[in-house]
Design a binder for this molecule. Structure first.
Ligand code: MG
Length: 402
């Protein structure tokens, strides 16, 4: 039989509910506990897991126009922004390590033929790279001899720069090709002399000892058009000879080619990317071993969070119980079971308005115990769960499933 709720009690519930559902201080994000499917052997997180970190905030940049370069995203490392000062980010390879001899003209960096390749002073791991280039306005030469330069990722893999919009050449040497390996999927170039906007995602090859576990990949957008779709790497770029995979250093510079043509560059920036599972830390796919380790780490973090909550409190019981979804722990389970027993006992002794006032709280605890039983963290016939199920049923609190 349902018990009528007086207005003061309703107000009490309104005040109480947020406290019951409030997240402990170290929870990484908002959301409900005991909600989506629990972690499994390949997923350390539950579905819709409230303990999972929020994505870090990045202020997006603005697009470029032919007249002016756009603004990089807020977390980008700016390598060249048209200023004299940003030239200090680059060193020449002729002579090795010296200052660059390319020309700063109207906010662009122009190749000075025969002064050599340039590369960034800093080195980077896997990265998102943005480069804008323009071929010489005066057309000279043909095929590979017309407006040739190159963007060397990790200092080793060339994404071709070539005045190619109306200039056929061998396909694997086309603009935005992975030179000598994979042609661009489209010719999305603007006319000769205009700035081309190139966005690249680079992943280096990963070896464990001599064993290749990930070939590395290059994805390229040319003026917003996808032209390399997760193209596997074959090794450092060469000429004429076929290249073969080999280990790359963990970090490498961004390198630009002097091929003797007056190619201009502007708005060059880079964002390092998180490592992949094969390279250690990860937030992508986990192996079973990595999943087990990560679940233990999450559980430990939640337990330390729960340990700071008031002894004997519901908040502490629920937070500690949450950790059992990720990894078992005998002492934690014993404390949760003991608190749950005491709680169920106290509820079983209530009736009438006193019980009705506890409706939301009881349902929160019951939901947690049912979730834990379903996830295998508590026995299906765990006595406090059975007790609270009986109370909920008798009080008419069970939701009618439609
Ligand atoms: Mg080239």
């Amino acid at each position: 039989m349902k018990h009528p709720i007086s207005i003061p009690l309703r107000i009490q519930l309104l005040v109480l509910s947020p406290l019951l559902l409030a997240l402990p201080s170290r929870a990484a994000s908002t959301g409900q506990a005991f909600y989506g499917d629990p972690p499994d052997e390949l997923h350390p997180w539950a579905v819709h897991d409230r303990n999972r970190l929020q994505p870090p905030r990045v202020e997006p940049g603005t697009p470029s126009t032919q007249r002016s370069p756009g603004r990089p995203p807020s977390d980008a490392t700016v390598l060249f922004d048209g200023t004299e000062r940003s030239l200090a980010n680059w060193i020449s390879e002729k002579p090795e390590g010296g200052p660059i001899k390319w020309a700063l003209k109207d906010g662009a960096l122009e190749v000075v033929p025969k002064t050599g390749y340039i590369r960034t002073r800093a080195e980077f791991g896997d990265a998102q790279v943005h480069v804008e280039w323009a071929s010489p306005t005066v057309i000279k030469g043909e095929s590979q001899g017309r407006g040739n330069s190159g963007i060397f990722l990790h200092g080793l893999v060339e994404v071709q720069v070539l005045d190619n919009n109306d200039n056929p050449t061998y396909a694997d040497g086309f603009a935005a090709s992975v030179y000598g390996v994979q042609p661009a999927m489209a010719n999305a170039l603007r006319p000769t002399g205009e700035f081309q906007s190139i966005d690249i995602v680079f992943r280096r090859p990963i070896y464990v000892g001599d064993r290749l576990v990930d070939p590395g990949y290059v994805t390229v957008f040319c003026n917003g058009v996808l032209v390399q779709d997760h193209t596997p790497l074959e090794g450092p770029t060469g000429h004429i000879k076929r290249t073969h995979s080999r280990p790359f250093p963990e970090k490498g510079p961004l390198r630009l080619q002097d091929h003797g043509d007056l190619v201009r560059f502007r708005n060059i920036w880079i964002r390092e990317l998180p490592p992949r599972p094969q390279a250690g830390a990860t937030d992508f796919a986990y192996t079973a071993i990595e999943t087990t380790a990560k679940r233990a780490e999450i559980a430990a973090s939640i337990r330390s969070d729960g340990a700071r909550l008031a002894a004997g409190s519901n908040a502490r019981m629920l937070r500690l119980a949450e950790s059992l979804v990720y990894a078992p722990d005998a002492a934690t389970r014993a404390e949760v079971e003991s608190l749950a027993k005491a709680y169920a006992h106290s509820i079983a002794s209530l009736s009438g308005g006193a019980l009705e006032a506890k409706k939301d709280e009881v349902r929160t605890v019951l939901k947690a115990l049912q979730f834990l039983a379903k996830a295998g963290a508590l026995a299906p016939d765990f006595a406090p769960k059975v007790t609270l199920e009986k109370v909920s049923l008798a009080a008419g609190w069970d939701e009618v499933k439609k």
